[in-house]
Design a protein around this ligand. Structure first.
Ligand SMILES: Cc1ncc(COP(=O)(O)O)c(C=O)c1O
Length: 406
């Protein structure tokens, strides 16, 4: 894989910060965007930037066609059998709230249980806390084993009693640990529970096949996979979407409206009220093309290489605690760590002065930080366009932090 050639497509990677070449290691927060994505958005606004669905004129027909073609492209990308299973949302957060509100609040009742983990991003955990509070359903957690840094799934059959839905991530954003999703989905289905998969960190870094996984709901964000901000996807099995109430009401999601009542459009429009992020969808189309050109297997391999390099350097250093699974094959491209005696925010500030961007703090995962017994961590998260040189710069910054605080 010719990383240097790919890097030329990403203007962000050629910028400078604090008068140094910029090293971007906060890809779990959002990825850099290639010129192809920026160009696709610009082309829409300049050449045919009108609304979809509503116009009978040529430009609107073109925008509508490209919008719908992107839905089909997304379906192919995750191997969904039917593009009507693809709902465009504002991001993973909205997708998560949509499922919790339109499925959870309608179909759960007192006596039911929701099984999740304390490793979830707040946008995945908090909506289900709210569902349980409103419906009387019980929120249960798969135990976490602090020794291994993994979930302890040995008691899953017991835990799944009365569980109607399991809510789990494919890769945690805080440490990069990847729970055994396939086992959890199989076990959940054997016990009659549905599975909601937070794919925000997964779909952007690994090949994902929703048909093979047989997952019921899955969501992810375009901006974490080279695409624009303000756009996400909810995948769901069609019968579930058909049975669910709309999440938002307004134009485009209706079939008939009378003064006192309305009926709904079919899926997916039923869940896409209002003017969508058309430019974003067309940019996302270019992002998927780009990822397919690189190849998701190559993305995943390169990120594994970067992680191995970082872990190897960490092992040779003293006073670095690395978080996540001890079994490195269960880790995605996230290097989450703390330096003895140095607060992660202080480290982040020193690294920033060195031109290296990482994320510090609790990573929208406070319960996970509580399990780890830390207030936060320093997180370097990789994308396929990162180089070993980027990681060398990270460790140079770590040395500098040591000399300042040591
Ligand atoms: C694992 C995980 N889930 C959900 C989200 C929420 O994504 P968004 O902010 O794009 O809605 C994030 C964002 O960092 C995440 O890392």
């Amino acid at each position: 894989m010719n990383i240097e050639n790919y890097r030329k497509d990403f203007p962000l990677l050629a910028t400078r910060s604090h008068n140094k070449s910029f090293v971007y290691l906060d890809n779990a927060a959002t990825s850099a965007k290639p010129v192809q994505v920026i160009e696709a958005e610009r082309r829409y606004y300049e050449d045919f930037g009108v609304n979809i669905h509503r116009g009978l004129y040529e430009h609107s027909a073109k925008a509508t066609r490209l919008f719908q073609e992107t839905r089909e492209k997304v379906a192919r990308f995750i191997n969904a059998a039917d593009s009507r299973s693809i709902i465009f949302t504002h991001g993973s957060t909205e997708s998560s709230n949509l499922v919790a509100t339109s499925w959870g609040k309608v179909f759960l009742k007192a006596g039911d249980a929701v099984l999740t983990t304390e490793l979830e991003h707040h946008s995945t955990l908090v909506p289900w806390q709210n569902v349980c509070e409103k419906t009387g359903a019980k929120l249960k957690f798969i135990p976490y084993n602090k020794e291994t840094g993994e979930l302890d799934c040995s008691s899953l059959p017991d835990l799944l009693q009365n569980v109607k839905v399991v809510v789990i991530n494919g890769m945690t954003n805080a440490t990069g640990y990847m729970p055994p999703v396939t086992t959890i989905i199989e076990s959940a289905h054997e016990h009659g529970a549905l599975v909601v998969l937070d794919g925000a960190q997964w779909v952007s870094h690994k090949p994902v096949d929703v048909t093979q996984l047989d997952v019921d709901f899955m969501y992810f964000s375009a901006h974490k996979m080279l695409g624009p901000t303000g756009l996400g996807v909810l995948y769901a099995k069609l019968p579930l979407l058909d049975a669910m109430e709309p999440y938002m009401f307004g134009g485009d999601m209706i079939d008939q409206v009378w003064a006192d009542r309305s009926t709904w459009a079919k899926v997916p429009e039923k869940f896409e009220a209002g003017t969508p992020n058309i430019a974003g969808v067309l940019g996302f189309s270019a992002a998927i093309d780009y990822l397919e050109t690189v190849g998701m297997e190559h993305v995943s391999e390169q990120e594994a290489r970067l992680l191995a390099y970082a872990l190897n350097k960490a092992e040779k250093s003293t006073g670095i605690t690395v978080y996540g699974s001890l079994d490195r094959t269960k880790q995605g491209g996230i290097f989450s760590f703390n330096l003895e005696g140095i607060h992660s925010h202080d480290l982040g500030t020193i690294l920033d002065a060195c031109g290296v961007a990482i994320r510090t703090g609790f990573h929208c995962a406070m319960p996970y930080m509580n399990l780890l017994g830390v207030a936060g961590t320093a997180r370097a998260s990789f994308a396929f366009y990162n180089t070993l040189g980027d990681i060398d710069r990270l460790f140079e910054g770590i040395l500098q932090a040591r000399s300042v605080f040591g």
